[in-house]
Design a protein around this ligand. Structure first.
Ligand SMILES: Cc1ncc(COP(=O)(O)O)c(C=O)c1O
Length: 400
């Protein structure tokens, strides 16, 4: 793996020294380095769609540039984008948000960052269900809060209201929810999600719902946003959304936050002194993404569905691997502990052998708080997926 080290001569701040470098970005860099060296690498580490941004969205960006929309915008985003996001939530989730409750951000990541930084004081507890997206605890560390992890493995990595109730203490300020989940792909059933928010409302705990994969769910699961819940359950809720995965726009860096007006005002303060506003040209593209034809989303979903079906069956045929049925996102998260009996002791050993002997990149589950598991992304062609699974089988067979 590519290590990310800060020179020991540099007086790095305590906040940043306490943060870990991103394991998922490290996997991406490892794949890139191998490709540059001419190796036939199979990259199943990708955290982004392998599709290109739809043409109508690119055209909108080009038109915006030609029209001179190349200046600063309000920190909360252009009126057009705010309206488009509000319209999308009205149309798809019958949820009403006012303009002072919505802000555009530089990716969903910045929405989560703004939301945590504007709420958390030193030693506040932030509940994070395992396995978690690597960035969640690092932002909490940066804010000097304390991450308190909730173990969900006994329930197949699906969080329940009862687990949340048990984890809350008088110091709990916030929970970060992520359904569909990166890395497990698991989805919290909507009825359970509602019960979780009821527990939080009872105890006065805030919630961030990271919904960046919300459009990618597989039948019989259906698209769900916490925005569709009753307004009294949404009082302390911030939805962190993203255009990155839904519209294959990871490089454009556009996300958004939907939260009550006070929380939004606090987030605007953070953003106003950091990035100011999301890129003006990307904002114009996002307006088209939200308001324009949605068929590209359905096309991507159909392709992910096809790959997922093949992948899950193939993984479960590999000796030593067990893979439950994730309902969403584009990741499989198999349990590889059946292969950790001899030479290989950890899922990191498994991923390292896969990288070094089979030139195949996956992401070790330990970075997501789930030792013994690996994350396989199927945001790659079926051909490459098939080649990658063949190579995973080689490692598994050698380690029975
Ligand atoms: C769970 C989760 N949340 C948020 C993001 C942020 O995506 P972006 O900042 O590109 O919108 C990602 C990206 O990988 C993710 O996996």
């Amino acid at each position: 793996m590519v290590a990310s080290r800060i020179s020991s001569d540099f007086p790095v701040s305590e906040n940043v020294a306490a943060m870990k470098a991103s394991a998922t970005l490290a996997a991406m860099q490892a794949a890139e380095a191998m490709r540059a060296a001419g190796v036939d690498v199979v990259d199943l580490g990708a955290g982004e769609p392998d599709f290109d941004t739809p043409q109508n969205i690119k055209d909108a960006a080009a038109a915006a540039m030609r029209a001179g929309k190349t200046k600063y915008t309000p920190a909360a985003g252009t009126r057009d984008l705010q309206r488009a996001i509000i319209g999308m939530y009205e149309r798809d989730f019958t949820a009403t948000y006012r303009p002072n409750e919505v802000m555009a951000t530089s990716g969903g990541k910045q929405a989560i960052f703004n939301a945590v930084i504007s709420l958390i004081n030193p030693d506040d507890e932030v509940l994070i269900p395992k396995p978690y997206w690597v960035t969640f605890p690092e932002i909490v560390t940066f804010a000097r809060g304390r991450s308190v992890f909730i173990e969900t493995q006994d329930n197949g990595f699906v969080l329940t209201a009862e687990m949340v109730r048990r984890a809350i203490t008088p110091k709990t300020k916030l929970i970060i929810l992520n359904s569909p989940s990166n890395p497990s792909g698991r989805v919290i059933p909507p009825a359970e999600f509602k019960q979780i928010l009821e527990v939080l409302a009872e105890r006065g705990v805030y919630a961030i719902s990271d919904e960046c994969y919300l459009r990618f769910v597989y039948s019989p699961a259906t698209v769900f946003s916490a925005a569709s819940l009753a307004p009294e359950l949404r009082k302390r809720l911030c939805i962190a959304g993203s255009f990155s995965k839904t519209y294959a726009m990871t490089g454009w860096r556009i996300g958004y936050a939907l939260a009550n007006a006070d929380w939004t005002r606090a987030m605007l303060k953070v953003q106003g002194h950091s990035t100011s506003n999301a890129t003006s040209i990307s904002q114009a593209a996002a307006v088209e993404a939200a308001n324009g034809p949605q068929d590209s989303v359905a096309i991507m979903l159909a392709e992910y569905t096809r790959r997922r079906e093949w992948l899950l069956e193939a993984l479960n045929e590999i000796p030593g691997l067990k893979c439950p049925q994730p309902e969403g996102a584009f990741y499989a998260f198999p349990d590889v502990r059946g292969c950790l009996n001899g030479k290989l002791k950890t899922s990191e050993d498994f991923s390292t052998e896969l990288l070094e002997k089979e030139q195949t990149v996956v992401t070790d589950g330990a970075g997501f708080g789930a030792e013994g598991f690996i994350r396989i992304s199927y945001a790659t062609s079926l051909d490459r997926l098939q080649e990658g699974v063949k190579r995973i089988r080689h490692v598994a067979e050698r380690n029975q």
